[in-house]
Design a protein around this ligand. Sequence first.
Ligand SMILES: Nc1ncnc2c1ncn2[C@@H]1O[C@H](COP(=O)(O)OP(=O)(O)OP(=O)(O)O)[C@@H](O)[C@H]1O
Length: 363
Amino acid sequence: MALDRISLRDFRNHAQSTLEGAARMNLIVGANGAGKTNVLEALSLLSPGRGMRRAALTDMVRSGAGDGFAVGASLVGADTGADDPVRLGTYTQGAQPGRRRVRVNGAESAAVALGEWLAIGWLTPAMDGLFTGAAQDRRRYLDRLALAIDPIHARHAGRYETALRERNRLLSDDREPDPRWLDAIEAQLAEHGTALSEGRARLVDALMAEIVAQPEAPFPRPALSYAAGGPLGYEGLSQALHDHRRRDRAAQRTLDGPHRDDLEVLYAAKRVPAARCSTGEQKALLLAITIAHAALAAKGRASLLLLDEVAAHLDPARREALFERLRAGGAQVWITGTELAPFEAIADEAAVWAVAEGSVERR
Ligand SMILES: Nc1ncnc2c1ncn2[C@@H]1O[C@H](COP(=O)(O)OP(=O)(O)OP(=O)(O)O)[C@@H](O)[C@H]1O
């Protein structure tokens, strides 16, 4: 299962680009600012969520274009019982520029429907600070990985966020909150919060099982653990929320729950937290997680792996090892680079796409 034909209309600097006949390995090559990452970002929108850059939809529309953008792709080899490819598409319209629409086989669908066909993972230079940065980014990262495996995870995350905002609003109000209203909101928090924690913990377990099955060298093996930010289980969480109303009111925010979770990552062999590893080691740990996740995601559904500027920073031995693992995994891979030289080892088996000034040509 893989994408075969991809088209971008009025997306970033691409007026109309079509990639016909994508391979299992795809190299996107071009000068700085050519529009390579834009192709990856367009692909990332074929999953629920805000895409690889978490950008506003209006920023994605090509400057000067009149009526929104469109990204479409056909998925071949899916187990549908028919030979026809599955057509996936997402677009915006000028009349409602802030609304992303999704179509599956021509029928208007919810964004989560994309997740039933495709699991998409990515690694970008913007993620370099993941281990040293804010816990919120690691939670978001965990959720993105989890929703690629189980699209329903996104719904729990959304509902939890909504209920959390509502409880915090009530707690910071000057008036005493209505306890029955709090009961109802806390029931929502406990329900979706429990599903969220369970989804994150399940993901970490599954990732670890995949990681230990991979060879240790030359990428360091990460050890992941899920650090819960509140009591686990419906009863425990709803009781804590109920018992801590007074304290949370003083703090004007909710202090228990999965919005306080974190993902802890160690360089396993050294028992050193990832945040204290070198830049190169951190990148290698992230790559190891990314590859393990793609392998996990490829079970049962088409899996796409988007690697933005990843190869240039690896020494030749690690680069070769990366290609080896990508070959062994089941994901369709998209890698960007400013030149072809670092990819010589896979240039024969890969489709090479040359990008220049927002247009794409097959080499
Ligand atoms: N909405 C938009 N309309 C038109 N052009 C845009 C839009 N958004 C971004 N761009 C342009 O797209 C170009 C950047 O494309 P992209 O990020 O894909 O580059 P790249 O090929 O990955 O480059 P690098 O190698 O430097 O990372 C920039 O020139 C930027 O100004």
